[in-house]
Design a protein around this ligand. Sequence first.
Ligand code: ATP
Ligand code: MG
Length: 254
Amino acid sequence: MEETLLKIREVRKHFGGVYAVNGVNMDVKEGGICGLVGPNGSGKTTLFNTILGLYKPDQGAIYFNGNCINNLAPHQIYKLGLVNVFQLPRVFLQMGVLDNMLVAARDHQGDRLLNSLFWRKGWQEQERGMIEEALDLLELVELGKLAFSPAGELSGGQRKLLELARGLMAEPALLLLDEPAAGINPVLGKSIFQRLQDFSRNGTTFFIVEHRLEILFEFASWVYVMDKGRTVTQGEPQQVVNDPAFYQAYLGEG
Ligand SMILES: Nc1ncnc2c1ncn2[C@@H]1O[C@H](COP(=O)(O)OP(=O)(O)OP(=O)(O)O)[C@@H](O)[C@H]1O
Ligand SMILES: [Mg+2]
């Protein structure tokens, strides 16, 4: 049975007189890629920041795994497994790319690691497993050859890819991504979505804002379309592209 991982109910968030998010209801089901699209300024990033606890909703409620998270601080929400890549420990530019991956994993697995320190062999195996996983993830984002280069030598696009790989390394239950394919060549963008879909079959659910609709729609199992702070339509990608409300949202931009 598909469980609802994230439930958003009547959420509103305003800045001054403007409601950036104006009464949003959404359900993100466990497994798969859920997409969030809409024209510039439609409230997508504001909604994400509200989910992550960076903004408190003015009204409404957000539930993760059935528990209301409205009043939790960002780090508490992160600990529950609801993660955005910018919440990870920062990238250390002098440190190697691989080491930056391991920092993200250790932060997440700290407790488990502490326990296994009493079992040295177990710890070594775990460490070896983490290194292998990190190298696999770096291959996935085409940074395998740069694993031992300082992170400071990466280009802007490569740094974004490193952040994505670190997000996967943290093994979150729900990973929010705001425009992961922006500034990345289309072929790599597509292969990354392909792999995210593979990951989504192994326990990580994705909620992704993406302006590259042709890539997102190929892999998303469900898509929400926002305009002016509201959901204007939702459905499987095929349903959404056949809905006039979807075009209206984009054309209304002028
Ligand atoms: N911190 C803020 N203070 C004031 N207004 C804000 C703030 N953040 C967002 N807004 C306004 O809220 C509205 C929604 O912005 P938001 O960034 O959520 O849109 P978006 O859908 O993410 O857009 P984009 O696709 O361009 O990233 C916009 O009108 C924006 O100007
Ligand atoms: Mg945005």
